[in-house]
Design a protein around this ligand. Structure first.
Ligand code: PMP
Length: 443
């Protein structure tokens, strides 16, 4: 691909220290997208690339939806910024009321933030503050899970369970333990949807709690489906068991729905799709269709009620961001919700999930290097046996092959991650599966 098409002068790739990127490798062979529409990106040399991961699990309604773009334009010319600290703008109230209409039963508030990481740190802080407000300030411990991803803030990173992302920094929050992850190739390889075996992984929580004093634990946080850890759907009964154990010990359960929120599993939230009600739900990504950064925490009324006692002048939560309830984010998110509802996008996702499952599992026929295939809703993963002494290399080669053939999938370690816009059709599902099969055969 020619750099000339990009309007970037020579040597000008240096200044941008790209996130989560081997910068030197990228800069020796850069790849760019310059435009996007619906299911597709466009490269500088005019090639169309099918987006099999919805940007970064976020563009659920497809790229550059005209209604969302128009709402952002309109809002930018009307009210570009107003703080939400002790004053308001109508759109933030209008939007949050609308979210409550699709929230799981019992949730009656949402706190707005600027990203998924901010949402997670907010949820952890709400959990700690909730216990204090009830005179249980000794509840300070947090429990995450191995292979979980909860963003890049110190709170989120502390409860996350992807070791290499923490190793560079050393210090993390004290008092954090981790549940075992639920990836079990012995019992569950090539499971369709929620794996049959593994409710016992939730029982490990009882083990962790017996090893400490359960009354010192504030919250357990899990992604209903672990995303960046490799798309790990919860074993049948697992989340329900976590709910039972946390409730028994007065511990809050937080679902990090930054990936699963806003339709990924065919319902507004995974809590509804999987029939388990947590106390707090974090969201971001699909909330604003990725068009403007945004995150949020849905709060169960029991948590909110406990924190709304005392004099009226009390700041209920000493927490907030300059961009909490940003007018452009609210405009984008409101238009996004309109699009989801008017176009029945969550329902469409639910309807096509069966075809998705069949196509993703059909990839297995492409060769013996495939170690596992997983799916739930419109999430999928194809795990590849690594070449000796070269972890990740095969998966990256398949992803590169797909990109050359016009399909954008993401290689995370040895796993190809799939999370397409929810507007995907059957042909496009077939195109993704075919291109992965070809990439695997070409290894
Ligand atoms: N939680 C989960 C489950 C995520 O997948 C992500 C992002 N991939 C985050 C939190 C962090 O979100 P952000 O990158 O918007 O800060």
């Amino acid at each position: 691909m020619s750099r000339a098409n990009l309007d970037i002068p020579p040597n000008s790739l240096e200044a941008y220290w790209m996130p989560m990127t081997p910068n030197r490798r990228f800069k020796s062979a850069p790849e760019f997208f310059v435009e996007a529409k619906g299911m597709h990106y466009r490269t500088p040399d005019g090639r169309s690339v099918l987006d099999a991961i919805a940007g970064l699990w976020c563009v659920n309604a497809g790229h550059c939806h005209p209604k969302i773009i128009e709402a952002i334009r309109h809002q930018a010319g009307k009210l570009d910024y107003a703080s939400s600290f002790s004053l308001g703008h109508p759109l933030a109230f209008h939007y949050t009321n609308r979210v409550m209409e699709i929230a799981p039963k019992g949730f009656d508030h949402i706190f707005l933030a600027g990203s998924g990481s901010e949402a997670v740190d907010t949820a952890l802080k709400i959990a700690l503050a909730y216990h204090r407000s009830r005179g249980e300030g000794h509840r300070q411990r947090l429990i995450g899970r191995q292979r979980s991803y909860h963003g890049m803030g110190f709170g989120g990173l502390s409860v996350s369970g992807i070791g290499w992302q923490r190793a560079q920094f050393g210090v993390m929050l004290p008092g954090v333990s981790h549940l075992p992850h639920t990836h079990d190739l012995t019992r569950n390889a090539f499971s369709k949807g929620e794996p049959e075996h593994g409710v016992d992984f939730a029982d490990a929580l009882e083990g962790i709690l017996t090893a400490m004093d359960p009354s010192t634990v504030a919250a357990v946080i899990v992604e209903p489906v672990a995303g960046a850890g490799g798309v790990l759907p919860p074993p049948k009964g697992y989340l329900k068991r976590l709910r039972e154990i946390t409730s028994k010990h007065g511990i809050l359960l937080i679902f990090d729905e930054v990936v699963t929120g806003f339709g990924r599993l065919g319902a507004p939230f995974a809590a509804q799709a999987l029939g388990v009600t947590p106390d707090l739900i974090t969201c971001a990504k699909g909330m604003s269709n990725g068009a403007v950064p945004m995150g949020g925490v849905l709060v169960h009324h029991q948590v909110h009620d406990a924190m709304s006692q005392g004099p009226e002048t009390t700041v209920e939560l000493a927490h907030g961001y300059t961009y909490s309830g940003h007018p452009l984010a609210c405009a984008a998110a409101l238009a996004t919700l309109d699009v989801y509802q008017e176009e029945g996008i969550f329902e469409k996702a639910a309807r096509i999930a069966g075809k998705w499952e069949a196509a993703i599992h059909d990839i297995r026929g492409a060769g013996g290097v495939i170690r596992d295939i997983r799916n739930l809703g419109l999430l999928g993963a194809v795990e590849i046996e690594p070449a000796p002494n070269a972890p990740g290399q095969r998966a990256r080669a398949v992803a590169n092959h797909c990109l050359e053939n016009g399909v954008f999938v993401r290689a995370l370690g040895d796993t190809l991650i799939l999370s397409p816009p929810l507007i995907i059709n059957e042909d496009q599902i077939g195109q993704i599966a075919d291109s992965i099969k070809k990439g695997i055969r070409a290894l």
